[in-house]
Design a protein around this ligand. Structure first.
Ligand SMILES: NC(=O)C1=CN([C@@H]2O[C@H](COP(=O)(O)OP(=O)(O)OC[C@H]3O[C@@H](n4cnc5c(N)ncnc54)[C@H](O)[C@@H]3O)[C@@H](O)[C@H]2O)C=CC1
Ligand SMILES: N[C@@H](CC=O)C(=O)O
Ligand code: NA
Length: 817
C-alpha cells in the first residue's frame, strides 16, 4: 500500500485537479492499493480563519463563504459529469450550511474559541476530500471518502492536538481492514478528541496525517505531492542555482526542512522515520521530476553539505552578566520558563565564559520573552548581576546542513570565508555537537547574498557567479565585453565562472540589470537606457543590490572613479582596473587603498596598469613574496612610444606615426600623456611602489621626448599641429641615431631606490634593440636573477591585450571567492 498526499496548491484549481487525476491514474495502473490524503483547496484555510475572525467583530461572512463555495462548485461542474453533480453539490451545500451555523455562533457569542476554530477549519478538508473522492469515482468506482476524525484520535489541545497513537493505530488498521478494495480519499489535518470533537494537527498537518496512516499501515512509501521539484539545495526564490536533491537522510531532511524548505514540516515525518518508511516528494505539475527521496539507506553524498536552509525573520535576545557565570541552574530556569510559556526557542548560543547567552525566537514572541525574563530575573537585574536584556530584530538564520559534515574539518572555515569576503556580518553562531548543522544569524538584508555565496562555495561543481559593474565604456571596455561574450560559454561549461555584467555606465547613461545585461545587445540596451549617468548613484545602487561576489571595474582614464574605491572596498566589493590614476597619485592614497582592500578581504587587481596584459605586476609580486629582492628594473613601458620608434622609418612623418598609434588604440585617451612621458612615469612609479618603495611622482626623473612647443600644446588638436611644426626636430633625432647604427628607445630604470626615464639611442648589442609593434620589455635583476635577468616581453598596448588582462583579473577575483 502506498499513500499519496496532495497539498493545497495540488487541489487548488480545476487544472491542478486534472493533474492530480493523471497522477492517480498512473499510480492505479501499478495495481498497488492507494490512500489519498488531501488538504483544503489552496487558500481556503486562510480564508476561513479571516472570515471567522471577522465574524467575531460582526462583519458579514456570507460573501466570503459564498466565494469558497463557488470555488468548489466550479470544480465539481468542470470535473464531474452533469448527471452525478447534484448529489455532490447537495452534500457540499450541507457542509456550507454547517459552516454558516458555526460562523453565526461566533458572531452571536463574539468569541472564537480554539475548539470552534478547529471545527470551522475542518470544513476546508472535508469539502475538498469529499469532492475529490467523487471526482476520482469517475475514474475508479471504488473511490470513497474518509473523514479522518473517525480514525485519528487526539487529546483536546485544539489547534495543535497531540495524537493518541495507540487508539489511532487501532482505528486506522480496523478501518482499512474493511476497505481493502477502495481508493480512499482522506481528509488531512483533522482528527477528533475522546468526546468526538474536531481537533487539528497544527502546522503541516496533512503531511502528518499521511505519516500517521502510513506508519499504522506500514505502507511501502509515502508520497508528498506538491508544486515544486522536491527538496532543494537552498530556497530557489533566493538562489537561482539551487537544484533539486535526489535523496537525503531523515536527519538531513529534518535539519533542512526545519528552516525554510517548506515542502515538508519535520514533526510530520517522525512516524514514518520510526518505521523507516521512505518519503518521496513529487511535483504534481511536473511528471518528469523523479522526486526527492528521504530514506535511511542513501548513497553517500558527493558534496560535504546537503543543502542550506534559511529562516528569513528572526529576533534574538541577549542576556549577559556576572550572575550567569557558573550558575548551574540559570539556563534551566531560563529555558523552562520559555517552554512553559510556549515561547519557541529556535537557536541558542552561549559563550564558554558563561557570561552571555543569546537565543533566537520568532519576532512575534520577542517582546513576550523579554517581559517574561524581566519578571523571572527581576532580582538579578536589580542587583546588577544581569545587564538589561536586549533584543535585536530584522535578522535571519542561515544553516548549512549535511551528514557528511561530521568529522570533516574545513567546513566552518569555508562558510565563514565566503560570508566574510562578501561583507556578511555574523551576529551569532551555533553548531550542534551532532555536526550536522552550522547555523549563523545574519541581517535580513544580507540573506540573499549570503545564501548565494555559501551555495557557490559549497557546490563547487557549479561555477560561481561574478557580478560585475563597469564604469567607462570606451575602447577597452568594448573589447572586454566582446571577449566575455565570446568566452562565456567556455567558462560556464568548464564550471569556472559565470561572469554577469550587472551594471554599465559611460558619461551619459547608466544601465543596471540585476539579472545580468545581455551581452549580445549591451550597446543598444545602454543607448536606450533612460537613466542618466551618475557615478555616485551607480555605486550606491551596486551596494544596495547587495549581490554576492561583486567586482567594480574602472576602465576609464578619469580620476573620479578612484575616489570611490575605498568606500567600495568597505562594502566588500573588489576592484579591477586598468586605470593607473589611483596607484600613481599620492603614495598615501595608494597605501591606503591596498590596506583597505586587505582589511576587507577583497581584491584590488590592476595587472594592466603596467604592460597591459603582460604579466608584470603578478611577476613582481611573485618574486617578492617568494623572498627575492629586486635590485634593478629596466624597461620599456610605453607601447605607444615603442610603436612610434619601431615605425618612424622611411618617409612617414612623426605626426603620422603618432596618429597611427592612436588609431590602433595604443595611446591614452589623450596621447599627450604618452608622448609627454606621464603614462610611463605612472608605470615606473607603480612598479616602484609594488616593489616596496614609498615613491612619489616627483621623485621620478623624467627625461623628455618632446620639444617645448609640443609638450605645452594646450589641446590634442594643437598638439598634433605642433608635431607637424616640429617634424625636422624628430627627423634629426632619428638621423643621429641611424648614423651610429642605433635605434631610439624610451627606457625606464629603477635602481637603488631611484627611478628615471630617458630617451636613448641603443645599438644592436642592447637587449632592447630588437622590438616591434607596441612591444614592451621589462628586465628584472634580482638577487636570484642576477647573472641572467628575468625578461618579460610582448605587446604592451592595444585594446585586445589590455581587455584580456582585465578579463584575467576578473577571473582571478572569481577564483578567490
Ligand atoms: N589602450 C591601452 O592599450 C591601455 C589602456 N589602459 C587604460 O585603459 C583605460 C581606458 O582606456 P580606453 O578604453 O582606451 O579609453 P577610452 O577613452 O576609449 O574609454 C574610457 C571611457 O571612459 C569614459 N569615462 C571617463 N570618465 C568617466 C566617468 N566618470 N564615468 C563614466 N565613464 C567615464 C569615457 O567617456 C570613455 O568613454 C585608461 O585608463 C588607460 O590608461 C591600460 C593599459 C593599456
Ligand atoms: N597608452 C599606454 C597603454 C598602456 O598602458 C601605452 O602606450 O603604453
Ligand atoms: Na601587465
Amino acid at each position: 500500500m502506498k499513500i499519496l498526499k496532495f497539498g493545497g496548491t495540488s487541489v487548488g484549481s480545476v487544472d491542478a485537479l486534472k493533474a492530480l487525476i493523471d497522477v492517480v491514474k498512473t499510480n492505479l495502473d501499478k495495481q498497488e492499493q492507494m490512500v489519498i490524503v488531501v488538504s483544503a483547496m489552496g487558500g481556503v484555510t486562510n480564508q476561513l480563519i479571516t472570515t471567522a475572525e471577522n465574524a467575531i467583530k460582526g462583519i458579514d461572512f456570507s460573501e466570503a463563504l459564498a466565494d469558497i463555495e463557488k470555488r468548489h462548485f466550479e470544480v465539481v461542474k468542470a470535473l464531474i459529469p452533469v448527471q452525478q453533480q447534484n448529489q455532490v453539490l447537495t452534500k457540499l451545500k450541507l457542509f456550507f450550511q454547517e459552516l454558516e451555523d458555526l460562523m453565526q455562533g461566533v458572531t452571536a457569542l463574539q468569541e472564537l474559541s480554539p475548539k470552534t476554530r478547529d471545527a470551522i477549519l475542518s470544513y476546508g478538508e472535508q469539502c475538498s476530500a469529499f469532492m475529490i473522492s467523487r471526482i476520482l469515482k469517475t475514474i475508479h468506482e471504488g473511490a470513497d471518502y474518509l473523514n479522518t476524525t473517525e480514525i485519528i484520535k487526539t487529546d483536546s489541545t485544539f489547534g495543535n492536538a497531540r495524537v493518541d497513537f495507540e487508539q489511532s493505530n487501532f482505528l486506522i488498521k480496523n478501518y482499512f481492514e474493511h476497505h481493502k478494495d477502495s481508493l480512499i480519499v482522506a481528509t488531512g489535518f483533522i482528527a477528533s478528541d475522546d468526546q468526538n470533537r474536531v481537533t487539528t494537527l497544527g502546522r503541516g498537518g496533512s503531511d502528518y496525517t499521511s505519516a500517521i496512516i502510513g506508519a499504522a499501515l506500514n505502507v511501502s512509501q509515502i508520497e508528498i505531492w506538491t508544486d515544486v521539484n522536491g527538496m532543494m539545495t537552498a530556497d530557489p526564490r533566493r538562489v537561482k542555482k539551487a537544484f533539486s536533491l535526489e535523496e537525503l537522510s531523515y536527519t538531513e531532511a529534518m535539519e533542512l526542512s526545519f528552516f525554510g524548505a517548506k515542502v515538508i514540516y519535520p514533526p510530520t515525518m517522525i512516524p514514518a522515520f520510526l518505521k523507516k518508511i521512505p518519503i518521496v516528494i513529487k511535483n504534481t505539475f511536473d511528471a518528469s521530476f523523479p522526486g526527492t527521496f528521504i530514506k535511511h539507506d542513501i548513497k553517500p553524498s558527493s558534496t560535504v553539505i546537503r543543502g542550506i536552509s534559511s529562516v528569513d525573520h528572526i529576533s534574538i535576545i541577549n542576556l549577559q552578566g556576572s550572575g550567569m557565570v557558573g550558575k548551574a541552574g540559570f539556563s534551566g530556569r531560563l529555558f523552562s520558563l520559555l517552554s512553559r510559556e510556549q515561547v519557541n526557542v529556535v537557536l541558542i548560543t552561549q559563550s564558554s565564559s558563561e557570561h552571555s547567552i543569546t537565543f533566537a525566537v520568532n519576532p512575534e514572541d520577542a517582546k513576550k520573552a523579554q517581559a517574561l525574563i524581566q519578571q523571572e530575573f527581576e532580582l538579578e537585574l536589580q542587583a546588577g548581576k544581569l545587564e538589561p536584556i536586549t533584543i535585536e530584530h530584522d535578522l535571519s538564520i542561515l544553516a548549512i546542513v549535511g551528514e557528511n559534515m561530521k568529522k570533516t574539518p574545513g567546513i566552518a572555515g569555508k562558510l565563514f570565508h565566503a560570508l566574510g569576503r562578501n561583507g556578511v556580518n555574523v551576529v551569532a553562531i551555533a553548531q550542534g555537537s551532532s555536526e550536522y548543522n552550522i547555523s549563523v544569524i545574519i541581517y535580513n538584508s544580507d540573506l540573499t547574498k549570503a545564501l548565494n555565496t555559501v551555495h557557490d562555495a559549497f557546490f563547487a561543481q557549479l561555477q560561481k557567479n561574478l557580478n560585475v559593474f563597469i564604469v567607462g565604456v570606451g575602447n577597452i571596455s568594448k573589447e572586454l565585453l566582446s571577449q566575455i561574450n565570446a568566452h562565456h560559454a567556455y567558462l560556464v561549461e568548464n564550471n569556472l565562472i559565470n561572469i554577469k555584467i550587472i551594471g554599465l555606465t559611460n558619461t551619459k547613461k547608466m544601465l543596471i540589470e540585476p539579472a545580468g545585461i545581455d551581452l549580445a545587445n549591451w550597446q543598444q540596451s545602454l543607448d536606450e537606457s533612460t537613466e542618466p549617468a551618475d557615478l555616485n548613484k551607480f555605486v550606491s545602487e551596486m551596494k544596495s543590490l547587495n549581490l554576492p561576489n561583486c567586482v567594480f571595474v574602472d576602465n576609464t582614464a578619469s580620476p573620479i572613479p578612484s575616489t570611490l574605491y575605498k568606500d567600495i572596498f568597505k562594502s566588500n566589493i573588489s576592484v579591477v582596473t586598468c586605470n593607473k590614476i589611483a596607484n600613481s597619485g599620492d603614495y598615501k592614497q595608494f597605501a591606503d587603498l591596498r590596506s583597505t582592500a586587505q582589511k576587507y578581504g577583497v581584491d584590488f587587481l590592476y595587472e594592466t596598469n603596467v604592460g597591459a596584459g603582460l604579466p608584470i605586476i603578478t611577476t613582481l609580486h611573485d618574486l617578492i613574496i617568494s623572498g627575492d629582492k629586486i635590485t634593478k628594473i629596466e624597461a620599456i613601458l610605453s607601447g605607444t612610444i615603442s610603436f612610434i620608434f619601431n615605425n618612424f622609418k622611411g618617409d612617414v612623418t612623426f605626426h603620422d606615426v603618432v596618429k597611427q598609434a592612436q588609431e590602433k588604440g595604443y595611446t591614452e585617451p589623450d596621447p599627450r600623456d604618452d608622448l609627454g612621458g606621464i603614462d610611463f612615469m605612472r608605470k615606473i612609479l607603480i612598479l616602484a611602489r609594488n616593489s616596496g618603495l614609498a615613491m612619489e611622482a616627483a621623485d621620478v626623473d623624467l627625461g623628455a621626448i618632446l620639444p617645448e612647443n609640443c609638450a605645452k600644446a594646450p589641446t590634442v588638436e594643437a598638439f598634433y599641429q605642433e608635431l607637424k611644426v616640429s617634424n625636422d626636430y624628430f627627423e634629426q633625432l632619428k638621423k643621429d641615431a641611424e648614423k651610429q647604427g642605433k635605434v631610439l628607445r624610451y627606457i625606464g630604470k629603477l635602481e637603488n631606490g631611484k627611478a628615471s626615464i630617458s630617451l636613448q639611442a641603443v645599438g644592436m648589442d642592447h637587449p632592447f634593440y630588437a622590438l616591434s609593434g607596441s612591444d614592451n620589455i621589462i628586465a628584472f635583476t634580482t638577487e636570484r636573477y642576477c647573472e641572467t635577468q628575468m625578461v618579460v616581453k610582448g605587446p604592451g598596448a592595444g585594446a585586445a591585450v589590455t581587455a584580456a588582462g582585465v578579463f584575467a583579473d576578473l577571473v582571478k577575483v572569481g577564483a578567490n571567492q
